[in-house]
Design a protein around this ligand. Sequence first.
Ligand code: HEC
Ligand code: HEC
Length: 277
Amino acid sequence: MNSWKLLMASTITIAASIAAANEDAKLSIEGLDIPVRVSVQSHTPEIDEVRSGWTFRKSETQDLQRDDFDNPAFVFVDQGIDLFDKIDGTAGKSCSSCHSDMNSFKGLRASMPRIANGQIETMEDLVNGCRTERMGAESWKWSSKNMTAVTALIGLESRGMPIKVKMDGDAAEFWQKGKDVYYARVGQLDMSCANCHEENYGNMIRADHLSQGQINGFPTYRLKNAKLNSIHARFKGCMKNIRATPYKEGGPEFRALELYLASRGNGLSVETPSVRN
Ligand code: HEC
Ligand code: HEC
């Protein structure tokens, strides 16, 4: 992948990396070592190594994620704590009325999304399920400030734990659907997720160093829009960039894609909340 590559029929130029990132850096947060490069698995033979998006970022961005005090995402995690304790809805309860110990969420993020009642269940579903069915409160929008603050708080409990989503059995059908979406060429630029994140990771696209598009660090704080970004919002952004009509957040395509992408990151660690460009 060292040669200049001009993608035909597109206005997007992908060029060899100019070594802007410290790709061999090691990630350790608050004394916890987090593996950012792990061996490939049998279902991702097309890549050399499974790598966290963190390894592709500039050292200054990498540093922000090394220290929770410097990590801007923690402003939102704090808001998540307040929301967790806030009474809302007709039942007069807060999340903490029933979930008094955040520790009980340990490991949850590493296994999401999962299959429940024959459907893909995401972290957003769990939060909204409790809000509507157990609190008598309104559901939160998929990528809203409240939702991402609370999913970041819950995800943080699993930080450093290896991603291990189920791909077989009742998950198989959804996994295959997600894979189909990943490899489908769409939009005016006629590109697939794989064109950038599988065939060209490590190369530069405009000023951006292309990663493998892993989702182990979500919700992620983006310096670009200075807030937490959900997984589906990122999918949407990438689809817009290739001038495709994005699928709906929370819709069947993005749910399946989330499951498939999570499986491509099996073995990487939960980095929630991560920092990206
Ligand atoms: C009236 C009690 C109650 C309230 C209030 C409540 N939950 Fe729950 N929640 C439950 C029960 C019961 C379950 C299912 C059993 C379990 O996994 O703990 C659950 C499950 C969950 C799960 C999945 C846990 C797992 O390991 O599968 C998450 C995440 C969750 N709740 C988040 C929230 C959040 C966030 C709020 C506030 C917005 C909230 N809950 C409010 C009772 C409640
Ligand atoms: C034209 C190239 C291109 C295509 C096609 C593309 N993306 Fe991206 N994507 C990017 C760039 C650039 C970034 C930001 C730098 C990076 O992490 O690669 C990004 C970032 C991401 C991230 C964030 C990674 C992290 O570590 O936080 C995810 C997830 C992602 N893309 C998923 C997708 C999915 C799913 C598709 C297909 C629907 C897709 N992308 C299609 C260019 C692309």
